[in-house]
Design a protein around this ligand. Structure first.
Ligand code: ATP
Ligand code: MG
Ligand code: ZN
Length: 392
């Protein structure tokens, strides 16, 4: 059997199967049930969040032999051909590849023909912001007075580049970045089907690394399964993921933070050198450190059972040890320093230098007097002054 990448193998096939785009799915299914489907839709949103998938599902819903229906059967000729992108009446055009006006002219010529199999001709134009102005002009005429059997679904990641005249002729849907829980739930289901064993911590870290993109999350999962060579009996662990993300090993991360808390600036700098030699980019390490310290804060504030903490996918043993060795005030201070470093890096300060500076500063924090503690001691020594005596 052909190997199919996970992202394609698990493409959602029904409205209910699309994660995290409930508003879009609900509005579209309402339009179908009330028989108010527009002639042209524009799907916008970040990469890999379900625009093309939703366009195909809508096409199936409209052309299924049972249709128009909100639950396309998935087995009729129309449904199957659309799922495999080989339906003669459902034309997918990637504008990133055919920015030329020729493809659109051809489209305008064929649009007036009756559909071959289905009751509609549906044009799915992906990445429409790439179409040239000439191509748009050719398309606009068609969009103004489309033949009754034609529907358009445009998709784009850069809606601000779409002409206003086009926008005003389409019903627009904004797809959102997908929430962490939705991504994890889906990854977990896929891992189960692929018989891969992954801990929740690893799943959450994959989801976080994907930054709201379902395709990116699934691609990472795919690579992770490939890296481990199918030997998933012991489960896929953090080390494999760190390798894939170019991130520091959990052990190195924990050691670095331990040096910070112990006030060992020199040892911390050596650890930085070690991770750098292992190929970890300073910005990646800094992100990991922010996550770790954030986990310490959550641990101190909410305890180890906290769901928020679990979602960070942090090494809880190290986090617990570090949280116990540090006051909440100091943890907060470290967090602020790290976030300041992230900003400095974005402004172009040499990343490695920035990491070294912040390490030395954090390691020096131990010598700072804990102000809260000091205040408490002063209060104990000196009772709160009584109300000031009335002036003579
Ligand atoms: N909302 C989602 N629910 C479930 N799976 C999704 C979702 N979004 C994306 N995927 C997965 O990612 C793959 C790519 O999704 P899709 O092609 O629909 O994204 P897209 O928004 O069109 O991306 P692009 O902007 O790059 O064209 C799908 O095959 C599917 O496996
Ligand atoms: Mg797409
Ligand atoms: Zn069908």
């Amino acid at each position: 059997m052909d190997y199919l990448v996970i992202a394609r193998k698990y493409r959602p096939q029904t409205f209910a199967d699309v994660s995290g785009q409930d508003v879009v799915a609900r509005t579209l299914t309402n339009a179908i049930t009330s028989n108010r489907v527009a002639h042209a839709y524009l799907f916008t949103g970040p990469r890999g969040v379900g625009k093309t998938s939703m366009a195909r599902i809508l096409a199936k819903a409209l052309t299924c032999v049972d249709g128009p229906t909100v639950t396309p059967c998935g087995i009729c000729e129309n449904c199957q051909m659309i799922a495999d992108s080989r339906h003669p009446d459902v034309v997918e055009i990637d504008a990133a590849r055919f920015s030329g006006v020729d493809a659109i002219r051809e489209l305008s010529d064929t649009a007036s023909f009756s559909p071959a199999l289905a009751r509609l001709r549906i044009y799915i134009l992906d990445e429409v912001h790439m179409l040239s102005t000439a191509a748009w002009n050719a398309l606009l005429k068609l969009l103004e007075e489309p033949p009754a059997h034609v529907r358009f679904i445009f998709a784009t990641t850069e809606v601000e580049k779409v002409l206003p005249t086009v926008l005003s002729r389409c019903q627009r849907f904004d797809f959102r970045a997908i929430g962490l829980e939705d991504i994890v739930t889906r990854l977990r289901a896929i891992a189960l089907k692929e018989q891969a064993t992954l801990s929740d911590a690893v799943l959450y870290r994959i989801a976080r690394a994907a930054g709201g993109g379902m395709r990116d999350a699934q691609t990472l999962l795919d690579q992770l399964i490939a890296v481990t060579d199918g030997t998933t009996a012991n489960g896929i662990d953090e080390a494999d993921l760190n390798l894939l993300l170019g991130a520091a090993r959990g052990q190195d991360l924990a050691t670095l933070v331990s040096h910070w808390l112990a006030g060992e600036a020199g040892a911390a700098l050596e650890m930085l050198e070690h991770t750098s030699a292992a190929g970890v980019a300073p910005a990646t390490l800094l992100d990991q450190l922010v996550d770790h310290v954030r986990a310490m804060l959550l641990f101190q504030a909410c305890g180890k059972e906290s769901a928020v903490l679990r979602r960070l996918g942090a090494d809880l043993v190290a986090v617990a040890a570090h949280a116990a060795a540090c006051t909440p005030e100091k943890t907060m201070r470290i967090c602020q320093l790290l976030i300041g470093s992230q900003q400095a890096m974005r402004q172009g300060v040499d990343p490695r230098l920035q990491l070294e500076l912040v390490s030395v500063r954090i390691a020096g924090l131990g010598q700072l007097v804990d102000v809260e503690n000091l205040l408490r001691r002063i209060e104990r020594l000196e009772p709160t002054p009584a109300a000031a005596p009335p002036r003579p």
